[in-house]
Design a protein around this ligand. Structure first.
Ligand code: ZN
Length: 275
């Protein structure tokens, strides 16, 4: 099955690269109703808690911008296929000119380094928001938290592999001309989506506001234990879903399943995505 889905935004070619898929255990989901917990337990194929890990490729005039890099082998045998997806899009790692990280969680940054901690993308700049950089390089992590020493250690290994090519950018500023970071605080402090604009066309990537889209679109109050600030992340999720549905903007998301690109429709307090 193909690992890529493509669309265009003006002159930009945008490709969703499916690094893998997995099903999240109900223990990592918060704010589930009793009825939803029962449904997940009864859902033998785990469709409700299904997630995809997506990276993105944005191409224009000699630029091959990669957004996020998948999770390598850290999340089991169904994930870590970024290079295969890139190949399907016609590229090798050395063709990537720039990488932007929506945030420095393992499923977004681990694929940028190999098991020895060396850079996979030898010709790429490593771009991340300044807030995100400052968060993961601060000294305040413990062993017991989800967002603790383990994940900070991985983020720092990646930063050190690209230390001569790291560029911090302010939230809301251009990643490359026409591709802009979008601040979506909560999941991590410097968590960012991005938007691509060309002429009258726009695409918004909503970062990690959804981890289990089948559940969280129906009930946006469902959160995961991966959020650094779950209240802020919940507000961000509702705000951005309201915005893209009101403004009828083409959108996608880091853990979107299918369709990869679509329009969000609101009905009462729930949302759905139509391709
Ligand atoms: Zn993620």
């Amino acid at each position: 099955m193909s690992r890529i889905s493509q669309t265009s935004v003006g002159n930009f070619k945008v490709t969703a690269l499916r690094d893998g898929e997995l099903s999240l255990p109900s223990e990592v989901l918060m704010n589930l109703s009793d009825e939803q917990s029962q449904r997940i337990k009864a859902d033998e194929n785990s469709n409700l808690a299904t997630s995809n890990v997506n990276a993105y490729l944005i191409q224009i005039e000699g630029k091959n911008l990669l957004i996020d890099s998948g999770c390598r082998d850290l999340f089991g045998p169904t994930c870590g296929f970024l290079k295969e997806a890139l190949k399907e899009a016609g590229l090798e790692p050395n063709d990537i000119t720039d990488i932007f990280f929506t945030h420095l969680h393992p499923d977004h940054v681990a694929g940028a380094i190999d098991a020895e901690g060396s850079a996979v993308f030898k010709n790429a700049s490593f771009k991340v928001t300044d807030v995100e950089y400052n968060f993961w390089t601060s000294d305040t992590f413990t062993d017991s938290e989800v967002n603790g020493n383990d994940w900070a250690g991985l983020a720092r290994t990646a930063l050190s592999a690209y230390k001569d090519r790291t560029e911090t950018i302010s939230l809301g500023k251009d990643i490359i001309p026409g591709v802009t970071s979008v601040s979506i605080p909560g999941h991590t402090p410097g968590h960012s989506g991005f938007r691509v604009d060309d002429g009258s066309e726009t695409l918004i990537q909503m970062g990690d506001i959804l981890h289990v889209p089948n559940l969280q679109l129906e009930n946006p109050s469902i959160s995961t234990v991966f959020d650094v600030d779950s209240e802020a992340a919940l507000k961000s999720r509702k705000d951005i879903l309201d915005m893209v549905s009101t403004d009828r903007l083409l959108c996608t998301s880091g853990h979107m399943i299918q369709p990869k690109f679509g329009y969000v429709e609101k009905s009462g307090g729930s949302f759905r995505i139509a391709g």
